[in-house]
Design a protein. Structure first.
Length: 402
């Protein structure tokens, strides 16, 4: 019987709550806390309707360590699943340490005033979590998350050494809006407008954003898409935990339409993160833009098509080179039918539930701060098949995105 607290009542929070409520023998008592309690209550109503499970809600400002620690001490959950924004990671980790609660998230810390996400700040909590006998599991979404586990699973079962990694994230879905983002607009735009960095020969190499493009044909008839190389946070931890990697790259699909809108918005200053003074009030352009864009949690009923996200690994087995591809295909409309969400929130929320399940079941529980690829991938991969994200592995004859 395990009590958990989920923080953040957005698109991803909705899926995590729904999926945890479906596993009531693992998560017996669920509290959803967020800055706007009204949003928690709406999710709670929908969970009750779908699963018959009652979840409790609370209002909390997770930027305030004392306020959150007080709520955690009052409720005394086994763990927190953090699906608020990356800005809250450190304050939530501090509150967990103060209250003696395990921690898990899906995105690494990013300071509000600098668009630069890095594991450095969270890795610095290693000693504190170890001394407190608590686990912090970092990056249990899809990417980071499932893609790291795919890489670890391929390494464990198919290779002696892995040398090249390409993570490919294709969203073949269409929501019908001229421009919208599939998860929090501010975080999404900060991510895709950042300079590209990829791992090559022992260091990160920087290139301009969106400067490298390739065509990729997804398996199982999902289609052919233009993908662009960009920086993604899992490259940082995978380069550390798989030191034989000579090259690691991350690719994401974007439509011409999305990129054109982004270019224009960037050119006119709407993606800026520095405050500007307007009529005596400070406004951060990207935050104002996020307010104007469709809320990602409302895209579900409009989105059709599939996602295809996976890891291609090249390496050696018994002295021979081989290339293996592990991927997962998810249908936007099927996700909506199950949990009233599009597939981006779904593919993030399901691995978050599974990561928490690994911790609750004691399979992934040891004191310290860990990235997801540091644990045994097998039970997580089994659960992906059981809880809505079935995957496949194929051997590729050739693979070249250059
Ligand atoms: P949303 O913006 O939809 O939801 C974020 C939620 O967090 C909102 O309910 C918001 O409350 C709440 N929140 C924000 N600040 C605070 C605070 N100070 N205290 C308490 N609650 C707060 O985002 P998403 O659901 O799209 O994304 C959630 C997380 O998932 C993000 O960190 C994102 O980076 C990550 N993610 C990870 C992916 C992966 O594959 N690893 C993929 C997609 C997302 P309010 O409504 O009041 O603003």
């Amino acid at each position: 019987m395990t009590k958990i607290m989920i923080i953040g009542a957005g698109g991803v929070g909705n899926v995590v709550v729904q999926k945890c409520a479906q596993q009531s023998s693992v998560f017996s008592d669920i509290i959803l806390a967020s800055r706007t309690e009204e949003k928690c209550k709406k999710i709670a109503e929908s969970v009750k309707e779908k699963t018959g499970v009652e979840i409790r809600t609370a209002q909390v400002n997770a930027d305030n360590v004392a306020e959150l620690a007080a709520l955690l001490k009052k409720e005394n959950p086994f763990m927190v699943i953090n699906v608020a924004l990356p800005y809250q990671d450190l304050t939530i980790m501090d509150a967990c340490l103060e209250a003696g609660v395990h921690y898990m998230d899906t995105a690494n810390y990013e300071p509000l005033d600098t668009a630069k996400f890095e594991y450095k700040w969270q890795w610095e909590y290693q000693d504190k979590f170890e001394k407190a006998g608590l686990t912090a599991l970092l990056g249990s979404g899809f990417d980071p998350g499932a893609t790291n586990v795919f890489t670890a699973y391929l390494k464990k079962h198919y290779f002696d050494e892995i040398h090249e990694l390409d993570i490919i994230d294709v969203n073949g879905g269409n929501h019908g809006y001229p421009f919208a983002t599939n998860f929090n607009p501010e975080i999404n735009i900060r991510e895709v407008t950042a300079e590209c960095r990829h791992w090559e020969d022992g260091k990160f190499v920087t290139t301009p954003a969106m400067s490298k493009k390739a065509d990729f044909t997804c398996p199982d008839g999902v289609g052919t898409f233009s993908i662009y190389r960009m920086y993604h946070e899992e490259l940082e931890s995978l380069a550390v935990h798989f030191p034989n990697l000579k090259r690691a790259q991350f690719w994401m699909s974007f439509s011409e339409n999305y990129l054109k809108h982004l270019e224009v918005l960037g050119n006119v200053g709407m993606t800026g993160i520095e405050p500007v003074l307007y009529n005596g009030q400070e406004i951060v352009p990207i935050q104002f833009l996020a307010k104007l864009l469709p809320d990602p949690s409302t895209l579900g009923p409009r989105t059709k098509g599939k996602t295809c996200i996976g890891s291609v690994v090249r390496g050696l087995k018994d002295g021979k080179e081989k290339i293996m591809y592990c991927y997962q295909i998810c249908d936007h409309e099927a996700c909506y039918a199950e949990v009233k969400s599009q597939a981006i929130s779904y593919t993030t929320g399901v691995p978050a539930m599974i990561g928490a399940k690994m911790m609750v079941e004691g399979k992934w529980l040891k004191p310290g701060v860990f990235n997801i690829e540091q644990f045994d991938p097998d039970p997580f991969m089994d659960d992906m098949n059981s809880y809505g994200l079935p995957w496949k592995i194929v051997e590729l004859e050739e693979f070249d995105l250059d």
